[in-house]
Design a protein around this ligand. Structure first.
Ligand code: FE2
Length: 570
């Protein structure tokens, strides 16, 4: 069976091609369009997954859309037209007309859009959170688990918790719009001068610099804990995201906080850091409360997480400290991009009754395009930009040479194999550096990625050794948990101000070349750890093609670029 999984029209559009339950190819639209968090219909991604697999659109048996548009329509209609006074007197009428127009050209017309590219077959829709949880559960190593999807909003639910057992889902509880952990986090992200659905990482990075107690009172006002049996009730008085996705808060919130919202180019001051800290602390409090409440009825040691909020690595890293869960699984793309895969897996297992694969399946994030050495050579020579090229055909020799360069303080672009699916560079589209050198972090922030100086960098560490350096009881293969650094040898360029790090643990079978590079680095320095950050400049999408890798290399102060077996220097 050939399934084409799709997500789009909110953020992180993507396409995935799945054959008999195996993900063969997947890519986010943004990696092809260059538009960050591209939410448009994933035409380019569809074309690429079909080209890669040599499958034509009429050979696809089923298109799996990642949510239920009809249910989402009801929620949006209620939000915009719910108050008749507002609807008649204020701007709601215009908003509704605008929404109807967008809807009829987009989510309300998925079949029509597919017809325009030659597909007139079956289209199935899966509820938003079930697509998230299907991706999380079926890829997980657990036979049974509690599944929790935490998001901005799906159709109506903002959080869905299920039992995941015998390959099926059974709902435990839900939280509904406008009570949303994700949307409140995004509203404060906007307040702090960052872009919602994108700048949340920056807020997380700022939080450790702040004093949460300074703004705790804000969060005491905006949420009502467990009121009327609900898991989360947000005081709507402060927020406007119910009516508009672009306008998330109002004057009441400004009055409550006591300082004006920050514009994006204004300096970041201590009160911004303090508010970030208070927000993150509040998020964690609610998050653990919900996890504990869900697990109190049907106790399980296993948790699978999904939804955009599952990128909150700081909260994820402390789940075991604050709950009874012993094992946590978060897939490589827990936000809406991953739901393109999740929607396919849901139908493969639920509709067609295929059992869950024991130990999990589809765990490789390397699902995008790749180029062989001949193709790379053509591309490098065609760019004709005066770079020096050295071919090192033997992989172990290549690892030795690159490990030496990194040890000596060079910053190296590392472009290998297939592009990762998801927001994280996991060793195929990465910029690498020496974690021991204290100035590497500032250098990469300042002259390579050209981004905010406060932002931390993450380490990759070999699976067999991670506990010597980081306080974590389990592997973190997709860099989605922040844990404490316990290394006796300083690794300053990957240690955040609060002694934490968002780690990636790696086994050789997950990425042999990258693993071997870590081992070569260990021979030189004693530690199998590298600084690993995504291969892109600030405000650019993660590098996908060799052309973009070369452009990026030439437009920043990166020292070396490794494209396959080619070592390139300026
Ligand atoms: Fe989502």
């Amino acid at each position: 069976m050939i399934q084409l999984g799709l997500s789009g029209f909110y953020h992180d559009s993507a396409a995935a091609l799945v054959i008999d339950g195996k993900v063969i190819a997947a890519i986010e639209e943004e990696k092809l369009s260059g538009i960050k968090h591209d939410s448009s219909f994933p035409f380019k991604a569809i074309q690429w997954v079909l080209d890669y697999t040599h499958i034509t659109i009429d050979e696809v048996d089923m298109v799996c859309w990642y949510e239920e548009p009809s249910l989402k329509f009801k929620r949006v209609k209620k939000s915009i037209t719910g108050n008749w006074k507002d609807f008649l007197i204020n701007s709601a009428n215009g908003k509704w007309k605008g929404f109807l127009k967008r809807w009829s050209q987009g989510e309300g017309n998925i079949s029509g859009i597919l017809e325009s590219i030659g597909y007139d077959g079956v289209v199935v829709y899966t509820k938003h959170h079930l697509s998230h949880l299907a991706f999380s559960y079926y890829t997980s190593p657990f036979d049974s688990a509690i599944g929790v999807s935490v998001d901005g909003v799906g159709e109506e639910e903002t959080i869905l918790a299920t039992l995941c057992r015998d390959g099926k889902f059974q709902e435990l509880t839900r939280v509904t719009f406008p009570n949303s952990l994700g949307l409140v986090y995004s509203a404060f992200t906007a307040y702090l001068g960052f872009k919602p659905n994108e700048g949340e990482y920056k807020v997380m990075g700022l939080a450790p610099y702040g004093d949460a107690t300074k703004y705790e009172y804000v969060f005491e006002k905006i949420e009502k804990y467990d009121r009327l049996g609900e898991l989360l009730q947000i005081n709507e008085k402060y927020f406007t995201y119910k009516k508009s996705e672009n306008d998330m808060f109002n004057q009441n919130l400004i009055d409550l906080i006591g300082f004006l919202p920050r514009f994006k180019d204004e300096p970041i001051e201590q009160h911004h850091k303090d508010l970030s800290a208070a927000l993150q602390k509040w998020y964690e409090k609610i998050f653990y409360f919900i996890l504990n409440r869900v697990n109190s009825n049907w106790s399980s040691p296993n948790l699978v997480l999904g939804g955009g909020c599952a990128y909150n690595g700081t909260a994820n890293g402390k789940i075991k400290e604050h709950t009874n869960f012993k094992n946590v699984w978060i897939p490589f793309a827990p936000s809406d991009a991953g739901s393109a895969i999740g929607a396919c897996l849901y139908h493969w297992h639920i509709t067609f009754g295929n059992p869950k694969v024991k130990g999990g399946d589809n765990q490789s994030p390397y699902l995008g395009p790749e180029w062989n050495d001949n193709e790379l050579f053509d591309i490098i020579t065609k760019t004709n930009n005066g770079v020096r090229i050295q071919f090192i055909g033997d992989d172990s020799e290549l690892c030795k040479v690159v490990a030496n360069l990194i040890k000596d303080g060079n910053i190296v672009g590392w472009f290998q194999g297939r592009t990762e699916f998801g927001a994280r560079a996991l060793g195929n589209r990465s910029i690498l550096g020496n974690p021991h050198l204290p100035d590497i972090r500032d250098r990469i922030n300042k002259v390579v990625k050209k981004r905010e100086m406060f932002r931390p960098f993450a380490p990759t560490v070999t699976f067999e050794d991670y506990q010597n350096y980081f306080k974590s009881e389990e592997a973190v293969p997709y860099m989605n948990q922040v844990v404490n650094v316990v290394s006796k040898i300083p690794i300053p360029s990957v240690t955040h101000v609060d002694n934490s790090a968002r780690i990636q643990t790696i086994k050789r079978e997950q990425n042999p070349l990258y693993y071997d590079l870590l081992r070569e680095f260990e021979k030189l320095t004693g530690t199998p750890i590298l600084l690993n950050t995504s291969f892109n400049l600030k405000d650019h999408t993660m590098t996908n093609t060799p052309q973009k890798a070369i452009w990026t290399f030439l437009n920043c102060d990166m020292d070396y670029l490794v494209l396959g077996n080619y070592l390139i220097s300026k």
